[in-house]
Write a protein that binds this ligand. Structure first.
Ligand code: CDP
Length: 220
């Protein structure tokens, strides 16, 4: 069990292309909280694995690479940024090869442990909105502010296609939900919001309303 976070954490989980990134970013800005995109960190590690020529089905080699990597988690303004061995991989995180391999690389338990340690550290100094797959269930299970953003598979597929990306989201969802280490689940105490027919502003407004009911309004 993790130690309780020193600051407030709003956990936003959900499947691929559910709209959680746009929602989490906007919510963080409105509340004055720091925005942390955990998926970007799993993508960054996947890019690193591919760049180093490590086979994405070789979990031992991935584990060793993750142990050796110099991971530097920072903030740029109010957004998280992760450097690996001094490089900022942000421009490469949406490459097709990263989309195709990120679920497999993310299933390596030791790699997850390493990233979860970094994710938790963000909460020692900042109020956070953190998005991902296991934020409410594993990374910050003790936070009272948990949301699960969903949308129908068709709508999610069309949103991703509209972004011009080759991304087999159904395959990723299947892999993310069925893996042994920290699968994508709806945490028992998470509030589920279906974004299928809502705008980003609509979802953010809904979350802010529910947070107010729990007494959370803005940065302290
Ligand atoms: O494309 P989308 O924004 O939906 O996904 P993402 O948040 O960028 O995450 C990419 C992949 O990283 C997911 O499909 C998961 O395999 C992995 N991931 C994870 O395992 N745990 C997290 N907390 C966040 C992402």
């Amino acid at each position: 069990m993790s130690a309780p976070a020193a600051h407030r954490v709003i956990a936003i989980d959900g499947p691929a292309a559910s709209g959680k990134s746009s929602v989490a970013r906007e919510l963080a800005q409105r509340l004055g909280f720091v925005y942390v995109n955990s998926g970007a960190m799993y993508r960054a590690m996947t890019w690193h694995v591919l760049e180093r020529g490590v086979a994405t089905d070789d979990s031992d080699a991935i584990e060793q690479l993750a142990e050796r990597a110099v991971i530097d988690c920072q903030l740029r303004g109010h957004h998280s940024l992760m450097l690996i061995d001094g490089i900022n991989p942000e421009p490469f995180l949406r490459e097709d090869r990263v989309n195709d391999n990120v679920s497999r690389v993310s299933s390596v338990p030791r790699l997850r442990e390493i990233l979860v340690d970094h994710l938790r550290r963000y909460a020692s100094e900042n109020d956070l909105v953190m998005e991902g797959r296991d934020i409410g269930s594993v990374v910050f299970p003790e936070t009272p502010y948990k949301f699960y953003i969903d949308a129908s598979p068709d709508i999610r597929a069309s949103r991703r296609a509209a972004q011009g990306q080759h991304d087999r989201i159904a395959a990723r969802d299947q892999a993310d939900s069925s893996r042994r280490a920290s699968p994508l689940i709806i945490a028992e105490d998470a509030q589920v919001i279906d974004s299928s027919h809502l705008t980003i502003d609509g979802v953010v407004g809904e979350i802010i309303g529910r947070l107010k009911l729990k007494g959370l309004t803005s940065a302290s």
